[in-house]
Design a protein around this ligand. Structure first.
Ligand SMILES: C[S@@+](CC[C@H](N)C(=O)[O-])C[C@H]1O[C@@H](n2cnc3c(N)ncnc32)[C@H](O)[C@@H]1O
Length: 262
């Protein structure tokens, strides 16, 4: 485990174990799935735009970096877990590869199907994915693992559906490496972000949860340890925007595959 050098068909919500939400205001840090789903139902309408505003437009660069880290080959099959409106999934799709998104929030999926009808989006829980073993060449999750009630169990489930030698990339908020920058960033998260969200988001309370859940999330080394515990090999990470976001990359043990150092 190290820091990177340099660089099925449609399912009913019930079958997917997904609970239709009621646009709940804010989930607790115990991440109860019905509360998380309901909270995201409530932010779905303005989710994409709010993200771009509160990240000062950095979200696009983070998504591009995630796609590059996946090193997708022609014909690759990619699973995007916690896909929400499909904004992350759309980045991975291409003429020569297939990307499928899954999510537990029916509101996010509905907004995604309206905005991106070409992106396949299914209702499914990260902990019980409706796919056979070794289905995907790559599994990825952007800004969603933090919201899953049992992240290590989810990481284990991702390993089940990835083929041997397949790739995992986790894009998630993390811990800025400079102490001074971290102080400024935490002050933005806890004070300014909820105020900004009140102006642009459809459920500002959800952005208080966002700040609290980021603060409570493990640092880069901690998440790398979880990935190893879940059975992933060659775990490495790379900081983006000074560690505001970290990309964690790993390989499913099995057939050996050559990876390019980052
Ligand atoms: C912050 S959004 C991220 C959406 C998208 N990946 C992006 O990059 O913008 C987090 C998403 O994770 C979903 N989510 C949370 N827990 C989940 C679970 N157990 N299984 C599937 N999706 C989940 C939420 O419903 C929400 O849509």
């Amino acid at each position: 485990m190290a820091e990177w050098p340099g660089v099925s068909g449609d399912q009913t919500p019930e079958a997917a174990g997904v609970i239709p939400g009621h646009a709940g205001r804010r989930a607790g840090l115990d991440k109860q799935p019905h509360e998380v789903a309901a909270m995201f139902d409530g932010v779905a309408a303005r989710y994409d735009r709010t993200n771009t505003v509160i990240s000062f437009g950095r979200d696009r660069a983070w998504r591009r970096a995630t796609c590059r880290a996946l090193e997708l080959r022609p014909g690759a099959r990619v699973l995007d877990v916690g896909a929400g409106t499909g904004v992350s999934t759309a980045e991975f799709a291409g003429a020569d590869r297939v990307a499928v998104g899954v999510d537990i929030s029916l509101g996010m999926l509905a907004a995604g199907r309206r905005r991106r009808p070409h992106v396949p989006l299914l209702a499914a829980d990260a902990l019980t994915l409706p796919f056979a073993d070794a289905t995907f060449d790559a599994v990825t999750i952007s800004f969603a693992l933090r919201n899953v009630v049992d992240p290590v169990a989810a990481l284990r489930e991702f390993a089940r559906v990835a083929r041997p030698g397949g790739r995992l990339v986790v894009c998630e908020f993390s811990h800025p490496t400079s102490r001074l920058f971290r102080t400024v960033y935490l002050s933005y998260l806890m004070r300014s972000l909820p105020a900004v969200a009140r102006r642009v988001a459809s459920n500002a309370d959800a952005y208080v949860y966002l700040a609290e859940s980021i603060r409570a999330w493990p640092d880069q080394t901690g998440l790398a340890g979880w990935m190893t515990d879940a059975g992933w090999a060659d775990v490495a990470w790379r900081n983006l925007t000074g560690g505001v976001v970290a990309l964690h990359r790993a390989t499913r043990p099995g057939d050996v595959e050559t990876t390019t150092p980052f």
